[in-house]
Design a protein around this ligand. Sequence first.
Ligand code: NAP
Length: 249
Amino acid sequence: MTKTAIVTGGVRGIGKGLSTKLAELGYNVVINYTSESSTPRAEQLADELKKAYGVDAIPYQADVSDHAACKKMAADVVEKYGSIDVLVNNAGITRNTPFVDMTPDQYRRVIEVNLIGYFNTCHVCLPHMFEQGEGQIVNICSISAQLPQIGLVDYAASKGGINAFTKSLAAEVISKGVRVNQISPGSIHTEMTEQTLREYPEIVRNFEATIPMKRSGTPEEIAWALEYLLKATYVVGENVSVNGGSFMQ
Ligand code: NAP
């Protein structure tokens, strides 16, 4: 039976690269997103993946910060495809705000999407994976969990949380056959970084100048790390840094 993967925020940027890699590897892909305006793009990507790789692909609109919506998504996927074999938690937001200008609501929203969102999707998919006796979760974290960056206190806090979340969850669920790992991208060219470039051009250019490779990465370069983790059957609770040498562990 063809295996099935869910990619949250799978319609653009890094998520699009991950959705494409999963289709290339032969998975049916559930392309999750949240904004109404992304529906045409999600439909187009699903069509492209079906045509290019002969798998099934569907767009699925759900806000990952809404536990009930995530629960419905997991149930719908199992009803349609019979299993959830891979969950890639990728949906994330950033607000680029100096700390003193950050409002409590903004801080809360970033944590709700970036950290509680990962809890929600894992919480609703894991019971299905336990029942199957196997599954894989890959969390997209960030170099911001390790490297301080200006204007990103809320974002860094959420990513630091994911770093700890991945390891503790990995230790807890491996006995049920579920492997959890994470990828920490450095600077990757996407709409998220275009927004930062518009608002803080100097910070982005100064950061790029510090990258030993002297360039930002691409979504495809993150997707190769996903392929490695999916195939690396003895790797558990691990972080794969993909950052052009910006931060070496
Ligand atoms: P992006 O281009 O801004 O795309 C973000 C995706 O997340 C979009 O598809 C968006 O859906 C989705 N999303 C946002 N909020 C959501 C919600 N509440 N529920 C469901 N989906 C939601 O971002 P990106 O640069 O590709 O980043 C993807 C991931 O990589 C994020 O976790 C980010 O923190 C991480 N990352 C990025 C970089 C980088 O340099 N780009 C570096 C390190 C880590 P809509 O299309 O519907 O808005």
